[in-house]
Design a protein around this ligand. Structure first.
Ligand code: SAM
Length: 296
């Protein structure tokens, strides 16, 4: 990478800030990358090549966008902040394979954008330094939309990355872990010091790599019911599974019926949600769904 030219240096970033009189909006999670080395590693982890189409959320001043344009076939980037549009026109002006869409990613019809901008069947990957105030809604939207995307390589808060990539029986393991790992294989590629951002965020950061699964790892009869049950099982973390399920199904099932269903699913009600593997949650949800789901 040519450090002299790259956007992601403290000097170049300050230059652009001054030229446009740009002030960071904390409310939009604007912490820009100013370290070329970190960008290089994101690109390497993302496994992008010249056949890959890429989608970015929040290009900012174009630091990562530029690298995606160099290493992939084309980039589509969603940026909510109108003030950045003229800046991106200048910083990325010499690339003809970048499309900036000035829109809130949460409002975007990404499926349609993919159809319009990429070849049918083309490999598509997402790479981003996400705005931290909406990390989870963005990732859950992208995953639940079941887009034809192979992987996500995203800079997020370390604490959220820990939860998404967690193992059972740990403090970080919870309903977010199950939701993310139902759709993807998750692992933390690297942790990142605050010093690579301008301005520096208040929290630690990590790059999370999510490989989208062809099929979920478990078979569930009703996804909504499954996710609701998982969430309820972690509802009060210190309580037993039995307690949390009694509360969740209070309107539908008597306590003895819940005991019977726990027995049928071969799950001990005195366990805590954090000890259950995804397969066990699936078995539990399918057993309860057969008893109450269809009656709703
Ligand atoms: N990619 C740049 C970089 O690494 O230097 C900027 C990353 S900064 C953490 C997050 C970016 O997301 C900002 O440019 C912000 O304006 C943008 N953003 C915030 N909310 C957004 C949303 N809902 N939709 C699209 N972009 C958003």
């Amino acid at each position: 990478m040519n450090n002299q030219k790259a956007i992601a240096t403290p000097l170049k970033t300050k230059e652009i800030l001054a030229k446009y009189g740009f002030s960071f909006k904390k409310s939009l999670g604007q912490n820009f990358l100013i370290d070329v080395n970190t960008l290089e590693r994101i690109i390497a982890y993302a496994g992008i090549d010249k056949h890959t189409g890429t989608i970015e959320i929040g290009p900012g001043m174009g630091a990562l966008t530029e690298q995606l344009a160099i290493h992939s076939s084309q980039v589509v980037a969603f940026e909510i902040d109108q003030r950045l549009v003229p800046i991106l026109k200048e910083t990325l002006g010499s690339y003809d394979n970048i499309k900036i869409i000035n829109q809130d990613i949460l409002e975007a019809d990404i499926s349609q954008v993919i159809k319009e901008n990429f070849e049918p069947g083309q490999r598509i990957k997402v790479a981003a330094n996400l705005p931290y105030y909406i990390t989870t809604p963005i990732l859950m939207k992208l995953l639940m939309d079941k887009l034809p995307v192979e992987s996500f390589t995203v800079m997020i808060q370390k604490e959220v990355a820990d939860r998404m990539a967690a193992e059972p029986n740990t403090k970080s393991y919870g309903s977010l872990t199950i939701a993310v790992q139902y759709y993807t294989e998750a692992h933390i590629a690297m942790t990142v010091p605050k010093t690579v951002f301008m301005p520096q965020p208040n929290v630690d950061s990590a790059v999370l790599h999510l490989t989208v699964r062809d099929q979920p790892p478990v078979e569930v009869q009703n996804e909504e019911f499954f996710f609701d049950l998982v969430q309820a099982s972690f509802g009060q973390r210190r309580k037993t599974l039995r307690n949390n399920l009694n509360r969740h199904f209070a309107d539908q099932l008597q306590k003895p019926e819940i005991e019977k269903l726990l027995g049928k699913a071969e799950i001990d009600g005195t366990r805590r949600g954090e000890s259950l593997m995804m397969e066990e949650f699936a078995r539990l949800a399918n057993t309860f769904y057969q008893a109450v789901g269809t009656a709703e």
